[in-house]
Design a protein. Structure first.
Ligand code: NAD
Length: 278
């Protein structure tokens, strides 16, 4: 029997506690109950964080609102990261709601479906390349600029990436290039904002069953391969990804910045499959 997908925070085995008590922040990129942003937000809420959500557009609100309300999120703001006016309005509302913030989780990416399959060389267009870069990489720089103005006491910026930035993964194509830019941006942001006490890190998660993965040709195969060729021979868990985000968002993450942390059951460091798998 298929395991029921978690719909509410309580369905995950998230540790409860006080690590985020008194901290306020923004989570960008909850689309539904499978979203990585939702798992992370649930974990941060279980540790006492106060949060605002941004979501891509009105049509997602129906799915996102009940999730947000289930963990006490009162501020929900539609926000398209490609639209300056929308970003201006979103950050104005966050400032109005919270004054200052302590963390941002940026869990946003997009590339055209027809560029996430087949030949990278043949299928990549100028428009598609720039769109993927704009939504999946530049938006984090833009978020860092805006969020840092609301972080007078320091803070933590976290983004989500994937191994396709470092190694070639079939069909990941344009998104791999955008993730490479996102990871480099993470380091430059960390350098710029470090003196202000603002840390900036990326979590490189293994393949997980979400809407974004469904857009990649053979996405389910990425999960199976990720499991089969991982050191631990298991799927990447939401608990593991959200736990990493908790470490980085809380004071436990002090002194860690400019880092890309792999949470993928050890898939990233395997040089060759085991002999019997080859
Ligand atoms: P998801 O589809 O649930 O989340 C992607 C989010 O990006 C959605 O909420 C979507 O609304 C948002 N988005 C896209 N375009 C936007 C725009 N113009 N403005 C504002 N928001 C926009 O899927 P997910 O897998 O949870 O993805 C979250 C992040 O995790 C992405 O950066 C993704 O690349 C990364 N990631 C995913 C996996 C995986 O296997 N699912 C692995 C590693 C990293």
């Amino acid at each position: 029997m298929r395991k029921r997908a978690p719909h509410m925070a309580d369905d995950y085995a998230f540790p409860k506690g006080e690590l985020m008590r008194g901290k306020k922040g923004l989570v960008m990129g909850v689309a539904n109950h499978n979203s990585i942003a939702w798992g992370i937000a649930s974990q941060l809420a279980a540790q006492g964080a106060e949060m605002a959500f941004t979501y891509q557009g009105e049509e997602l609100e129906r799915r996102v609102r009940p999730l947000a309300e289930s963990i006490g999120v009162k501020t929900m703001i539609p926000c398209d990261v490609t639209d300056d006016a929308s970003m201006d309005a979103a950050f104005a509302e966050i400032e109005k709601a919270f004054g200052t913030i302590d963390f941002v989780v940026h869990s946003v990416a997009f590339a055209n479906k027809n560029e996430l399959k087949g030949s990278f060389v043949d299928n990549t267009t100028r428009e598609g390349f720039l769109l993927a870069m704009n939504i999946s990489a530049f938006s984090f720089v833009d978020v860092a600029k805006r969020a840092s103005k609301l972080m007078p006491n320091g803070g933590s910026l976290i983004t989500m990436t994937y191994l396709g930035s470092e190694r070639t993964i079939p069909n990941y194509n344009t998104m791999g290039v955008a993730k490479a830019a996102l990871e480099a941006s993470t380091r430059y942001i960390a350098r710029d904002l470090g003196p202000k006490g603002i840390r900036c890190n990326a979590i490189s998660a293994g393949a997980m069953r979400t809407l974004a993965l469904a857009g990649i040709a053979g996405g389910r195969g990425m999960i199976a391969q990720g499991r089969a060729f991982s050191a631990m021979k298991e799927d990447t868990s939401m608990e593991g990804v959200a736990g990493c985000a908790l470490w980085l968002a809380s004071d436990l993450g002090k002194s860690t910045t400019g880092e890309v942390v792999h949470v993928d059951a050890g898939f990233h460091m395997m040089g060759m499959p085991d002999a019997e798998e080859a």
